[in-house]
Design a protein around this ligand. Structure first.
Ligand SMILES: [Zn+2]
Ligand SMILES: [Zn+2]
Length: 337
C-alpha cells in the first residue's frame, strides 16, 4: 500500500479520543467548585492531568462537575491526579470522583501537617484511594512523566526549588517592597506548585501557596521566570498573590478560581490588574467582595450571582507557539492571546 494510504487507514482505526488529542494543543478546563480548585488538563498526547478535586459532600456536586468536564474532554479516566495540599476544597472531592472515574496516578507532597480530627480524616480518606492506584510523592525540581509537556514541580511540602528554572533567575525588583506576613503553619504553605509548559506556552499553578513562600520562590531572584497564564493562587485571597510573585511572573492572563463569597479580594485583584503586561483577568465567579469596580467584565466571568449553582467552567486552549485562547461557554465569548 502507498505509505500515505497506510497512514490514512491507521487514522481510521484510532479511537475518537486520540483524534481529538492529535491537535498538538493543551486544553484546560477551569472547573467551578465554588471557591475550591479543580483544573483538568488534556495533553497533546491525550493524557489527562487533574489538579485538585474541589469539596466533599453536596451529593458529589464537585465530582459531577469534573465528570462533565471529562466528558467534554472525551476522557474516561484521570491519568494523573495532582493534589496541591490537604484542604477540603482541594482534596475533599477525591472519594466521590474515584467512584465516578478511575484515577491511575496520585501525586502529592507527602504527609499532611494538619493532624486535627478533621484534617486527619481528609487525609486518611484520600490515602484509602491512593492505595488503589500508583502514589507519587514529589519534591521541588521534580518533573512529572507527562508526554509532550514540560511539567516541573517548583514547590512542595514547604520547600521551593533551589535553582532557577532554565532562562529564569533574574533579580526581582518587586522584592524591594515585599513585607513578610505571619508564618503560615497550615497546609496552604505546603502546596505543591507547578510550572506547566507546552513549547513556548507557560502556565503556573501554586495551589494555595501563601505569601512568605512566594518570596522563597521569587526573591531575591525570580526562580520561575515569566508566564503566559497565572492560575491565581488561593482563589484570590489576600494572604497570597503578592506583587513580588505576580508582577515578576508578568502573566498575560490570570484565571481566578474564586467563589462568589470566597477569594476575589480587592487586594489580590488590584495586584493582578496592576501587573506589568497583564491583558485580562478571567473569573469562575462574580466576586461579591470585588463589587462593581474589582471584577472582570461579565463576559469573562463563568458564573454570575444569578446563575446560582450552574457550575459553568472556563476553557483554555494553548498552542506550542505560545498563543492561546480562553472561552467562556456561558456567554460564548472567546478571546485569543
Ligand atoms: Zn483552597
Ligand atoms: Zn487551602
Amino acid at each position: 500500500m502507498h505509505p500515505r494510504l497506510a497512514l490514512a487507514a491507521l487514522y481510521l482505526l484510532l479511537p475518537a479520543a486520540c483524534l481529538h488529542a492529535a491537535s498538538g494543543d493543551l486544553t484546560a478546563w477551569f472547573i467551578d467548585v465554588e471557591g475550591g480548585q479543580s483544573t483538568l488538563f488534556l495533553t497533546p498526547a491525550g493524557q489527562s492531568v487533574l489538579i485538585d478535586t474541589g469539596f466533599p459532600g453536596n451529593n458529589g456536586r464537585d465530582a459531577d462537575r469534573i465528570v462533565a468536564a471529562a466528558k467534554d474532554a472525551g476522557i474516561k479516566q484521570i491519568d494523573y491526579l495532582l493534589i496541591t495540599h490537604f484542604h477540603a476544597d482541594h482534596v475533599g472531592g477525591v472519594p466521590a470522583l474515584a467512584e465516578r472515574l478511575p484515577i491511575r496516578n496520585f501525586i502529592d507532597h507527602g504527609d499532611t501537617v494538619e493532624h486535627t480530627p478533621a484534617g486527619q480524616k481528609l487525609y486518611d480518606d484520600y490515602r484509602k484511594e491512593t492505595a488503589k492506584g500508583n502514589h507519587i510523592v514529589v519534591k521541588p525540581g521534580d518533573k512529572l512523566p507527562i508526554q509532550g509537556l514540560d511539567w516541573t514541580i517548583v514547590s512542595a511540602a514547604g520547600k521551593v526549588i533551589g535553582k532557577p528554572l532554565p532562562e529564569a533567575g533574574k533579580a526581582n525588583p518587586f522584592c524591594a517592597a515585599f513585607k513578610p506576613k505571619d508564618a503560615d503553619p497550615t497546609e496552604n504553605a505546603q502546596s505543591t506548585g507547578s510550572v506547566i509548559a507546552l513549547g513556548r506556552f507557560r502556565a503556573v499553578d501554586l495551589g494555595d501557596l501563601t505569601w512568605n513562600k512566594e518570596a522563597d520562590l521569587m526573591c531575591p531572584n525570580n526562580k520561575v521566570g515569566q508566564v503566559d497564564l497565572y492560575i491565581v493562587s488561593h482563589h484570590g485571597l489576600d494572604i497570597s498573590g503578592s506583587p513580588a510573585l505576580v508582577h515578576a511572573l508578568r502573566p498575560k492572563v490570570a484565571i481566578m478560581d474564586n467563589g462568589e463569597h470566597k477569594g476575589g479580594t480587592v487586594e489580590a485583584w488590584d495586584t493582578i490588574r496592576q501587573s506589568p503586561g497583564i491583558l485580562d483577568i478571567w473569573q469562575l465567579h462574580f466576586s461579591a467582595a470585588g463589587g462593581k469596580d474589582h471584577n472582570a467584565s461579565e463576559k469573562m466571568i463563568a458564573n454570575m450571582s444569578a446563575d446560582h449553582d450552574a457550575g459553568n467552567y472556563l476553557k483554555l486552549i494553548a498552542h506550542s507557539d505560545g498563543h492561546f485562547e480562553v472561552t467562556n461557554p456561558r456567554t460564548g465569548f472567546t478571546k485569543k492571546y
